[in-house]
Design a protein around this ligand. Structure first.
Ligand code: S3P
Length: 429
């Protein structure tokens, strides 16, 4: 396990670019494989999760030609993937496993999907249940709730699926199965989640139907047009630099060229409510998404209450919100966020445990936590719990600790941000 030591030697200043958006990168690889014709992808994220998607789709017969960081793909068409000779390893990536399962449910061959020890503990009934309803064989360990998974799809019927969890991965898995089904498949979710799947498939010529903000449908068996895209920067990676600027007095950082999709920018809105000086400027469109720059300057912060409806648009940012809440005056309370328990780690218990190591008072609930900020922070040896976002959040918190902090298991950052520790040591030097 790799240990990284982080401390700030002065204000953080400058312009940062972040890796391509992870959600869009996964989808760009998967959807280009389903198009008829040649797609071109620029700015694909280089983390291990996206690599997992690429390797799985290669095993399913797709050829990704890469030169100078640009990827060209000759799509095989909807329903055109080939049976893999081996087990499909999704590594740490829930997006790979869940979205790919939806696609494989539309194929008559057998697929076996596995992942690392963390992914094999995450809930999968939420996707296997609807896929089975649509007519696929969809099995898993522990009474069809955990990976490894077995899927033999085929001739799917459309479905209206009312999901109890607000999850873009569940919505996308069902819509992708619906892409292969006869008729129109609908998903109804309890709160609006990121809409990259709908935007991208819509842009490729699939008929997407919307009936209010929480009900979305797809008409099955279209011909999908290929696309050419430049993947925008990942707002979830930018979140670390926004938080970093708030850790050290006198700091000001700008992150360029990130997706400003409203379904992804909840964290920045929460920071604004806490009193952060933060400016978002839209500069154009990429991959059907609004993109732009974010500038954030050190500010005095106060704790806030995060409402359950806000949770999906900031779902990946709660670990780093923990670091921000630790230095804000007063209490930050999060509820309606039980989903955090089912991420790459149990992000409620793991985050609380790591914050306490630095002397931050934290109370946990089944569906959230209360963090009391403003206490003196003490140097700590943090543990990543094998979770990329916890590793990076502990590093950000370390910037605010006199004497700094160390992060054990820091290599987890490579799942979404391979250069993270290089960038933080450059900024804090
Ligand atoms: C993702 C959706 C979110 C998010 C994950 C990526 C996606 O998961 O946490 O990092 O690309 O659709 P859930 O939809 O399960 O909350």
């Amino acid at each position: 396990m790799a240990r990284e030591v982080v401390s700030a030697r002065g204000p953080l200043k400058g312009v940062v670019t972040v890796p391509g958006d992870k959600s869009i990168s996964h989808r760009a690889l998967m959807f280009s494989a389903l198009a008829e014709g040649r797609s071109v992808i620029r700015g694909l994220q280089k983390g291990l999760d996206v690599k997992a998607t690429r390797q799985c789709f290669e095993a399913l017969g797709v050829v990704f030609e890469e030169s100078d960081g640009v990827i060209a793909v000759n799509g095989l068409g909807v329903g055109g993937l080939k049976e893999s000779f081996d087990v499909l390893d999704c590594l740490n990536s829930g997006t790979t496993m869940r979205l790919m399962s939806g696609i494989l449910a539309g194929h008559g061959f057998l697929s076996v999907l596995t992942g690392d020890q963390h992914l094999r503990k995450r809930p999968m009934a939420r996707i296997l249940d609807p896929l089975r309803e649509m007519g696929a064989l969809a099995l898993g360990r522990e009474e069809d709730t955990r990976a490894p998974l077995v899927i033999r799809g085929g001739s799917l019927g459309a479905l209206e699926w009312v999901t109890p969890v607000a999850s873009a991965q569940v919505k996308s898995a069902v819509l992708l199965a619906g892409l292969h089904a006869r008729g129109t498949t609908w998903v109804v979710e309890p709160a609006a989640t990121r809409d990259h799947t709908e935007r991208m498939l819509g842009g490729m010529g699939a008929e997407i139907k919307r009936d209010g903000p929480l009900r979305v449908g797809i008409v099955g068996r279209p011909k999908l047009r290929p696309f050419e895209i430049e993947v925008p920067g990942d707002p979830s990676s930018a979140a670390f630099w926004a938080a970093a600027a708030l850790m050290v007095p006198g700091s000001e950082l700008t992150v360029r060229g990130i997706s400003l999709n409203e379904g992804r920018t909840g964290f920045f809105r929460i920071l604004k409510r806490m009193g952060a000086q933060i400016e978002m400027r839209e500069t154009g469109l990429a991959a059907g998404e609004p993109v732009g720059d974010v500038t954030i300057a050190y500010s005095k912060l106060t704790g806030v209450t995060v409402e359950p409806e806000e949770v999906p648009s900031a779902i990946d940012e709660f670990p780093v919100l923990g670091a921000v809440a630790a230095i804000a005056e007063g209490e930050t309370v999060v509820t309606g966020a039980e989903e955090l328990r089912f991420k790459e780690s149990d992000r409620i218990d793991a985050l609380a445990g790591e914050l306490r190591k630095a002397g931050v008072p934290v109370q946990t609930f089944r569906d959230g936590l209360k963090i009391t900020g403003g206490a003196n922070l003490s140097p700590a040896l943090f543990d990543s719990h094998g979770d990329h976002r916890l590793a990076m959040s502990a590093a950000i918190l370390s910037l605010a600790i006199k004497g700094g902090g160390a992060i054990e298991g820091a290599e987890a950052a490579a799942v979404s941000y391979p250069d993270f520790f290089k960038t933080i040591s450059g900024l804090s030097a």
